[in-house]
Design a protein around this ligand. Structure first.
Ligand SMILES: Cc1cc2nc3c(=O)[nH]c(=O)nc-3n(C[C@H](O)[C@H](O)[C@H](O)COP(=O)(O)O)c2cc1C
Length: 451
């Protein structure tokens, strides 16, 4: 791609829940609480589309954060991500209120059959005229397993091995219908060419799926695949399948290193690194001026409770911290038993230099449950930040997370987007209609995913 035309990709990080990723979001004075209403989500979709975002995407978790103390009372009483709606259903209503905005949702390969997910997302791609994306996750904790019929989550690398086979099936089904299969010719009586619709007949180590698939080829060929693996195995998976990758790099130095590394892994997997975009997770706190933004941040820091941190640490690490004292070192067995998001555990060990950190170390270093590493500023400071990361390059775009809804997106769109546009870093209108058009991703060829 021509370097002069490279543009920032913007992704709105959405939750179909009672708060943003930060539980305190619902306590914010400007937060809307009508989070089970269609109007709430359609409003957010329109804000993002007004801001010319590439897409909005919903995260997902298949359980309430009730790992801490094995009890959900604290979860619902404190509003710690206790409401969680089905993302694709919500997304569909957002698609009806917009015409250009890309629409992504997270679905787990560990708990749904591949045929089902292939069908859900290809249907969404048809219903939105080519704006659908699927964020592929393997899930995190045992409470999800318990809700979905297993007693515990499969181990980390097994989940990814299974997910590889899952993706082969999903892509296989997506490629079942050749583009010109349907003729619907009344005169000859031919609806579709029998030899242009294929059966998959997959029999593997984890799955069997026969086909033929029941959804014709979609406007984007297939929905855009999002992935956010951060571990070695996760990055290997992302490099094979992902088209838009989310990273959570804490600083530009790390981001730059990882950007080069991940693009190399993509190349080594036989794919074009230009055809895979990397977006870094960012928490902006925006004001009209730096002073206003700092005041907003200070006010926000008053909102979280310690129980928010403890609850989300437990569910994220798949480890119950409820009988641990805040300032006692945990045992080596405890640290070993944290089988959830490894990145959190590794970061705490690395930053503290302790193999057995205390619970307080986990709270303070991870910042989980709080506004941990926000980018605070007025339009100029924020645009400076985005410009530096983008041009370094440390990423191709940003996953914009919100302090509260819908105000955080409204502020971003009204204050930051115009400054990025003024600098020529961001589009001033959509140049196409599909999510692939927005991201500069080409249409996938049949079978191009095969190694
Ligand atoms: C921006 C972002 C969004 C994510 N959304 C989800 C999600 O909705 N559900 C989920 O189970 N995991 C989610 N994850 C976690 C990743 O899928 C992945 O498991 C995590 O980054 C750890 O990497 P690993 O699986 O390679 O250990 C997200 C990660 C990032 C950076």
């Amino acid at each position: 791609m021509n370097a002069a035309k490279r543009q920032i990709a913007l992704v709105g990080f959405l939750q179909a829940q009672n708060c943003t990723t930060i539980p305190a979001a619902w306590r914010h004075p400007d937060a809307r609480h009508d989070v089970t209403s269609v109007g709430f989500y359609q409003h957010i979709a329109k804000v993002l589309e007004r801001g010319l975002f590439d897409l909005g995407f919903f995260d997902d978790r298949l359980a309430m954060p009730d790992m801490f103390g094995g009890d959900h009372k604290h979860t619902v009483e404190n509003g710690i991500r206790c409401v969680k709606l089905d993302a694709v259903t919500v997304l569909t209503t957002m698609g009806m209120a917009t015409t250009k905005l890309g629409l992504g949702a997270t679905y787990s390969t560990t708990y749904f059959p591949p045929f089902h997910i292939a069908r859900v997302f290809s249907t969404l791609d048809h219903m939105t005229g080519g704006r659908a994306a699927w964020n592929v996750v393997t899930s995190v904790n045992d409470n999800e397993a318990k809700n979905m019929g297993l007693s515990q989550a499969p181990d980390h690398d097994t989940r990814y091995d299974q997910a590889d086979e899952f993706m082969e099936i999903v892509h296989g089904h997506w490629d079942t219908w050749e583009e010109d299969a349907i003729v619907a010719d009344r005169d000859s009586g031919l609806y579709a060419h029998g030899d242009k619709v294929h059966r998959l007949d997959h029999e593997g180590s984890h799955y069997r799926s026969r086909g033929p698939f029941t959804v014709p080829r979609t406007p984007q060929g297939h929905p855009v695949v999002i992935q956010a693996g951060q571990s070695g195995r996760g990055i290997e998976f992302a490099a094979r399948w992902g088209e838009l990758l989310f990273m959570a790099n804490p600083d530009i130095g790390r981001a730059k290193e990882n950007y080069v590394k991940v693009k190399e892994v993509i190349g080594a997997a036989g794919r074009d690194p230009e055809q895979v975009k990397i977006a870094n997770l960012t928490f902006p706190v925006v004001g009209r001026t730096m002073a206003e933004a700092e005041d907003r941040r200070a006010a926000y820091d008053e909102l979280p409770n310690l129980i928010d941190d403890l609850s989300l640490l437990s569910e994220g690490l798949n480890f119950d911290f409820s009988d641990k004292a805040l300032d006692e070192p945990l045992s080596a067995e405890d640290v070993e038993a944290m089988t959830g998001i490894q990145g959190i555990r590794n970061q705490v060990i690395e930053v503290t230099g302790k193999q057995t950190p205390t619970l307080r170390d986990f709270v303070e270093v991870s910042g989980r449950g709080r506004l941990a590493h926000p980018v605070v500023g007025g339009p100029v400071e924020l645009a400076d930040y985005f410009e530096e990361w983008f041009t370094t390059p440390a990423c191709d775009g940003f996953v914009i997370a919100g302090t509260h809804m819908p105000g955080a997106f409204e502020d971003f769109v009204d204050l930051v987007v115009p400054e990025l546009q003024r600098r020529g870093l961001f589009r001033t209108e959509y140049s196409g209609n599909t999510l692939r058009d927005h991201l500069g991703l080409s249409q996938p060829q049949l079978g191009s995913w095969k190694r």
